[in-house]
Design a protein around this ligand. Structure first.
Ligand code: URA
Length: 235
């Protein structure tokens, strides 16, 4: 059970005082009856709540996909740089954090949520959630390089990567699928075979695909199917 004003506030209908005013004006109904009391208790999962006649669906967590532009850091706060959390401030949710980190110069799919449990699951190397990167290279890969990358390479500081998949898209452009997220992993993997990453973009992650209609810097909420997909761990 939740106070009606708190629920409306959490669903970004307005601030606590705005919500109280709207309640007084008779703009909110619960199961078809107008409710004006802010302290009215609702069963958030089952009560039918409407605001100005439109249903208000209660959700404990929210999920957005962002097409991260280069030049923005995957952090919630930063002293000097724009952050991905700031890019989503118009959603009204200021406590969204990125699931995993993309480097400042990396573009592409970034899942933003306030669901810590899901983030933890998706990032755990034990879950083998696949992440696919489109990688622009300084030079073409040899067959030997591909084999090395796929079997796992030493990326320094005692770290060795797990098996990966390489798909050659063009001479200097590959798709690399990995299941881990070590610091600068893709860049270090290519360095390990004497190459260099010139551009890096993440496409899908754990079955979640980047919506091709999202321009760089744009975001949208995940659909119910997409949420179920990432929670179910389909890849
Ligand atoms: N690997 C990298 O090197 N950078 C990223 O942003 C993601 C994976």
């Amino acid at each position: 059970m939740l106070r009606l004003d708190k629920l409306l506030c959490e669903m970004k209908i307005g601030t606590r005082s705005q919500v109280k005013k709207e309640l007084k004006q008779g703009l909110v109904a619960v199961n078809g009856e107008i409710v004006t009391k802010p302290e009215y208790k609702v069963e958030e999962e089952t009560d039918r709540i409407t605001y100005k006649g439109k249903p208000v669906r209660y959700r404990k967590h929210v999920y957005y996909m962002l097409n991260k532009p280069a030049g923005v850091v995957s952090a919630t706060r930063d002293h000097t740089c724009r952050t991905v959390t700031e890019l989503l401030k118009d959603t009204g949710y200021t406590d969204l954090f990125p699931v995993g980190r993309l480097d400042k110069d990396t573009e592409g799919l970034l899942l933003m949520t306030d669901d810590g449990e899901l983030a933890h699951q998706l990032l755990s190397p034990k879950k083998h959630v696949e992440k696919v990167y489109e990688v622009g290279l300084r030079e073409a890969l040899s067959g030997e390089d591909v084999r090395k990358l796929e079997n796992g390479v030493d990326i320094g500081e005692g770290e060795r990567t797990l098996p990966a998949r390489v798909e050659i898209a063009e001479e200097m452009r590959i798709f690399l699928t990995i299941t881990e997220g070590k610091f600068h992993q893709v860049k270090r993997m290519l360095q390990a075979v004497g190459n260099e990453v010139v551009s890096l973009r993440r496409i899908p992650m754990g079955g979640l695909k980047l919506d091709s209609r999202l321009a760089s810097g744009e975001y949208r909420e995940l659909s119910e199917e997409e949420i179920a997909g990432i929670k179910g761990g389909h890849h």
